[in-house]
Design a protein. Structure first.
Length: 107
């Protein structure tokens, strides 16, 4: 299982959620009915990827704003429409590293 800052709190917030489909790729708006917030360090604390039925890579991103889960976004790398969202077991999780204490360097 992927681990990231705020994961336990975020899991609790996802226990009771109103979900609404918001786009043709299967994107979902999330509204948690649980009080509290998660101390995540990124707007997208966790991402996953899997293959569409034609082999193209699909990304699934969990968006968190002000400590609340707000969206589950799906998109294909080739920018065409998602044909079929894979089952949850087909996705591989990706977690971005926490930012360094002094922030990311500017190049």
């Amino acid at each position: 299982m992927a681990d990231f800052p705020g994961k336990p709190e975020l899991a609790l917030l996802l226990d009771d959620v109103i979900v609404r489909r918001i786009d043709e790729d299967g994107g979902l708006e999330l509204k948690s009915l649980v009080d509290g917030s998660a101390p995540v360090t990124h707007r997208i604390p966790v991402e996953a990827e899997a293959k569409d039925e034609d082999g193209a890579v699909i990304h699934m991103l969990l968006h968190v704003v002000d400590g609340k889960p707000v969206e589950l976004e799906f998109f294909r790398e080739d920018a065409s429409m998602v044909k079929k969202i894979p089952s949850p077991t087909e996705f591989s999780l990706i977690v971005l590293p926490a930012p360094p204490p002094k922030g990311w360097p500017n190049y």
